[in-house]
Design a protein around this ligand. Sequence first.
Ligand SMILES: NC(=O)c1ccc[n+]([C@@H]2O[C@H](COP(=O)([O-])OP(=O)(O)OC[C@H]3O[C@@H](n4cnc5c(N)ncnc54)[C@H](OP(=O)(O)O)[C@@H]3O)[C@@H](O)[C@H]2O)c1
Length: 251
Amino acid sequence: MSKVFIVTGASRGIGFAIAQALIQASHKVFLVARTEKNLQELKTQHATSVDFITADLADWKVAPKVIESTVKAFGKIDGIVVNHGVLAPITKISESSVEEWRHAYDINVFSALALVKEAIPELRKSQGRVVFVSSGAAFGAYAGWGSYGTSKAALTHLSTHLAVEEPSIISVAVSPGKVDTDMQKQIRNDGKTGMAPEVYASFVDEYKNGQFLDPKQPGDVIAKLVEGATSDLSGKYFRWNAAELANFRAS
Ligand SMILES: NC(=O)c1ccc[n+]([C@@H]2O[C@H](COP(=O)([O-])OP(=O)(O)OC[C@H]3O[C@@H](n4cnc5c(N)ncnc54)[C@H](OP(=O)(O)O)[C@@H]3O)[C@@H](O)[C@H]2O)c1
């Protein structure tokens, strides 16, 4: 049966791949990002199953609009993929601006809290799911990635808290691995001064050697998780290719 999902950060990269996978599986999707082009293209191609808002999720006032518009467009909400996120600023703590960190937290953490809080009544009704796109950086520290890693740690723990407080909602955090998207391009373009030289070089080398994942690889798993993650996974964090998620990967 067709379900209704919100996907944030759907204008490119992993979010675009998740949206495509959900549309392919005959679900309805409500998409959010700041850039209109790809969202409009998906809506043009799939007029009855796609709707979208272009908005900056750093503005928490956007969250109620997203939830209301989804229910207005499709009548219910079965799940949310909180996928949007930013890596910037890539600077060491000693050279950081607190304002820049605060802005990164607005995007990576508080927007997620605002969206999920607003969606809880609908998700209780549907016994729905939230998948938070986390990162390995939530657990390991990379020089220069302080705002990103700590904000992803907060996001990951938000997922755990949601699971504890809302037993009818399944909440899972997933890291997608190193994926060939604009975020990785930003690391190569902007990471040289802020990151440790050997870590920066390893990202450049892995890209040159074609070792990064295609967004479709983790995107397909995340789509399947928001569609059907089971309650034993709730409150937990997984890498996209973890053994526990084998049932959510194409065989
Ligand atoms: N790529 C990797 O190797 C990797 C590794 C670990 C985790 N991740 C995580 O995976 C998720 C997707 O990343 P990606 O690699 O696909 O990055 P990406 O290509 O840079 O895409 C990020 C998406 O988030 C949206 N976004 C950013 N800021 C936003 C804002 N203020 N309001 C609304 N939307 C916003 C962007 O859309 P607009 O610019 O159009 O708003 C875009 O659709 C992120 O949470 C990232 O942290 C990625």
